[in-house]
Design a protein around this ligand. Structure first.
Ligand SMILES: CC(=O)[C@@H](O)[C@H](O)COP(=O)(O)O
Ligand SMILES: NCC(=O)COP(=O)(O)O
Length: 239
């Protein structure tokens, strides 16, 4: 079965909006595992607008399932953080500074030598490396040349087009997955996966090892817990 890694960035976004420690990001990681997640993903960004580097260190100390750190290895501080904390997996994402969220995969041909070097650095430290790529055959071929253990398919276009034509939306991902399987690359996927589009994706992508999901899952957690929370607060107000 495909593994679910829960991205807990959004807990940190909410916490940071007020200062203090509510909600508690560490508890979010522990509870993700307690509630059945196969792993925890964090994507610290240089401005620390959600996950802070200190969160990464704290999570590393308590995590018992798979720890996946995503980020841009062009930042020395991220490379140091990953090498210091030795997660099970690092996912290299080509984000620019200040980007709202990830919006493209690596050009694995143009950046092949750079990626090779970075990947080797992490692999020598015993860390599995995945690289974020668009579902484009040339980019998958290029990824195999970098020595990456896995690729993470960037699923934003699948999620966007799913409602209008799911067969068309998934076609490039099936082709990319087949190529990755032929080349011996492990296969992850993520971005904008949600309760409406996830099952179809997982059922149709051969060899899908892991999905990382954050934004929609945390939003659903709010909706699903909303009624319960209101009722609990009402109960406090009973005379
Ligand atoms: C790599 C990726 O797909 C992103 O979804 C990311 O990990 C989430 O980052 P933000 O929470 O900053 O949007
Ligand atoms: N790698 C994708 C991820 O961690 C979460 O993406 P999203 O579900 O927040 O879009």
């Amino acid at each position: 079965m495909t593994k679910l890694s829960v991205n807990i960035n959004k807990f940190a976004t909410l916490r940071n909006s007020r200062g203090g420690n509510n909600p508690d990001v560490l508890k979010a990681a522990i509870d993700a595992e307690r509630f059945g997640a196969d792993g925890v993903t964090v994507h610290p960004r240089p401005d620390e607008r959600h996950i802070r580097y200190s969160d990464v260190r704290d999570i590393k100390k308590i995590i018992t399932t798979e720890f996946n750190i995503e980020g841009n290895c062009s930042e020395d501080s991220l490379v140091d953080l990953v090498l210091e904390n030795k997660p099970d997996q690092v996912t290299l994402v080509p984000d620019a500074q200040g980007q709202l969220t990830s919006d493209h995969g690596w050009d694995t041909i143009q950046h092949r030598d750079y990626l090779r070097d970075m990947i080797q650095t992490f692999q020598l430290a015993g860390i599995r490396v995945s690289i974020f790529v668009d579902p484009v055959i040339e980019m998958i071929d290029g990824a195999a040349e970098t020595g990456a253990n896995r690729i993470e398919l960037y699923t934003e276009s699948y999620a966007r087009e799913y409602a209008s034509n799911k067969e068309k939306a998934i076609a490039p991902y099936i082709a990319a997955a087949n190529r990755a399987n032929e080349l011996g690359l492990g296969l992850n996927a993520g971005h904008d996966l949600d309760l409406t589009n996830l099952a179809y994706f997982a059922q149709n992508i051969p060899g899908l090892l892991e999905v990382s999901i954050g934004h929609a899952l945390i939003s659903d957690a709010l909706y699903l817990g909303y009624e319960n929370a209101i009722q609990l607060y009402k109960r406090q107000l009973k005379g």
